[in-house]
Structures are given as structure tokens and as C-alpha cells.
Design a protein around this ligand. Sequence first.
Ligand code: ZN
Length: 406
Amino acid sequence: MRRSTLWRRASGAALLATAVCAARLAGQAACTPQRADTLPLVMTGVTLWDGTGNPGRPGTTIVVTGERITAVFPDGSRPLPPAATVRALTGKFVIPGLIDGHTHVAGQPSGEDNHERTARRLCRALLGGITAIRDMAGDVRTLASLQRDALVGDLASPDIFYSALWAGPAFFSDPRTADASAGAAPGSFPWMRAVDEQTDLRQAVAEARGSGATALKLYQAMSPALVARIAAEGRRQGLELWAHAAMRAVKPSEMAAAGIGTVSHAFLLLYELTPEEMAQVRTSVATRLRRSSATSASERLFATYRRHGTVLEPTLFIMQDDTSGTRMRVASYLSRRAHAAGVPLLAGTDSLGSGNADGEAQPNLHAELELLVTNAGLTPAEALLAATRTGARVLGRERVPRHPRK
Ligand SMILES: [Zn+2]
């Protein structure tokens, strides 16, 4: 992956902001976990972009003690703490750690996602400025272990938030569900469960919560009515609700109306449109679409999203896999329309980055940020918000402090 313009612009900042941990790891050849120094680290002269939507603050001093930011103030307005390591970083930016809103790091824990490759992938993400990931289905036994190791510092990794995947019974012949369900029949674990109209949702949601999941991810073979009932019970018990933007039997507007908070893959918004409109979108160039009938259908959809507070995760990076270019063209167009209509976009890759020993070192989120600018019409600052503030919101962490650490 080539380094993007956006990455060059933000790189120093991202590394510095990835708590001190990543910055200190960056100088090491190997991804060995390392405790943060207890002596304060002081950065002076930086422009602080804090991810709240405020403009950057030039001439700022930041004091980091251990793993915590302990003071932020204008340069020279306070004495520096004694025995501190001081780095003059005039001209550099500091931004919050980034969130990749769509990963799969434990889909095949005994194969592709074996421990060695996963550890390498997570470490590269951390060194690339990513401090949290939203995992969108895998073996939760492995995810919980990785989450724990990341939390206590045994693994150089972003914080890990994961989902419990629920779908209709028909879905569980998919071989991926067997990969993530070793030891039991696919669909029988609380975190990879087959549900239908007879499922005791109160009990099932409680079990999903018990697996440590942040959210339910609803996936295939469900009716709109069942999606709505699950979403209501999930929300009642404090879980977030995530899903693809459409299922075969559930249209994008029905997903939002049912209470799904975050929907993935902008390409799937096509399922809101009539067959004639879909054909038109597939074959037209974006400039012509502005006057097409598809525009009014997508505008109605985005008004529904705004009403329900739905977040759209385009996953433009993974659309590059479609060599015909159709998916990218459609996803880019619909993402651009959604952004212009005021729908919040979440930055997520569906592909964190290589875990191969000789693989690319940069996480794919950098390319996703660039695509959000070039293809979806976001400004660089809006793209960074899609990977910071909106990511925190989707994880239910917008206002909750980070896990307390010793
Ligand atoms: Zn995915």
C-alpha cells in the first residue's frame, strides 16, 4: 500500500497521539510490549487537533505521565514538570488515536488468523496510530483473550471491541461460521447464534452480553420484525446494534427504522432503490446521477438515517477488491450523497492490514481515510473525525473514559 497524502500530513501526529506506548514502540525493531516510562514526557510547540470537531490549537504543550495525558496548556504558560523528557515538536500535529471501525482478526484462529499473524497485524495497526478496533464477527473466545492481553499490556495492540453475530438458522451453513465456532455446532454459541421467532431474546441477549460483546451484529436470514424485536431488547440491555446496510429481506431504511445504529458497506444501499434505479446507478457516471430518479430515492433514505441517528460505514477500502470498479463507483457515489445529506460516516476497512512477516507495515485505515476524502467528499479533518469521534460514538464510548488502568 502506498503511503497516502493524508498519512504524510498526519503521520507524526498519529504516532505521538497513540498514547505513549506506540511512540515508544516505534523505535523498536520488534513489536515487544513495553511499559510506559513513569517519568513525564513533554511535547511542546505542537498543534493539538483533539477530535471533538474543534479546530487545531497551535502552540500547545502536552504532558504525558505513564499512559495518561496529565496536562495540556499553551506553550510557556506553566512550568514544565521536573525530570521530564522534553521534545520540541514545532510544526507537528498531535491527534487522538484512530479507530478502525471494521476488522476481522479472529475469523480463523487456527488458520489465517493464527496467533503469530494476528499479533503482527495488531502491532502494525498500533504503530500506525490505531488505538481501537471494532471487530465485526469472529471467535469470541480468541477475541476476549486478545482484548484482555491488549488491555493489560501483554500484547502491543489497539483496544479491541467485538460483536456477537446473530443470524437466522439458514445462515449457519456458511463455512465461516464453522471456522469461528470450533467445538460446537455453528449457531449454538451465545456470540455466534442462530435466532428465529421462537428464541427467548431476553435470555439470548443476556448471554451475548456475558460473552463481553459490545454489540450485536445482525446478519442475514431475518425478517424486519425480528430485527426490530432484537434491536429493542439489545438496546434495553445496553448493547450497541450493528449490521450490514441491507439484508436480503430487510431494506436499508427498514434497518434504520428497526433501530440498527450503525450500518456497513455503502454499496448495499442499492437495495433501497428500484431495479430500474439500480441499473441506472450501476451504469451512470456520478455527475449524471445528480439529476436521476435514484437521487430522490437515496435522499429519502438519508433523511430516514438522519431521523434515526444512523451511522453509515462505507468500507471503501474493501471495494477495491471488485476489479470491475462497479462497487467502488456505487459506494463512492452513495457515500458522497450520504455525507452531503448530513449522515455521519464511520471509517472502517473490513481489512485491518497484513499479518504476513514480509507484509506492508501501514494499516489499511490510512487508505480508507484518503478514500473518504477523494471519493466521498470529506475534508481531511472530517475524515479524521470519522476515525475518532464517530468511531467512539459507534462503540458507545463517546463520553465514557478509557478503561481505568493501574
Ligand atoms: Zn466484515
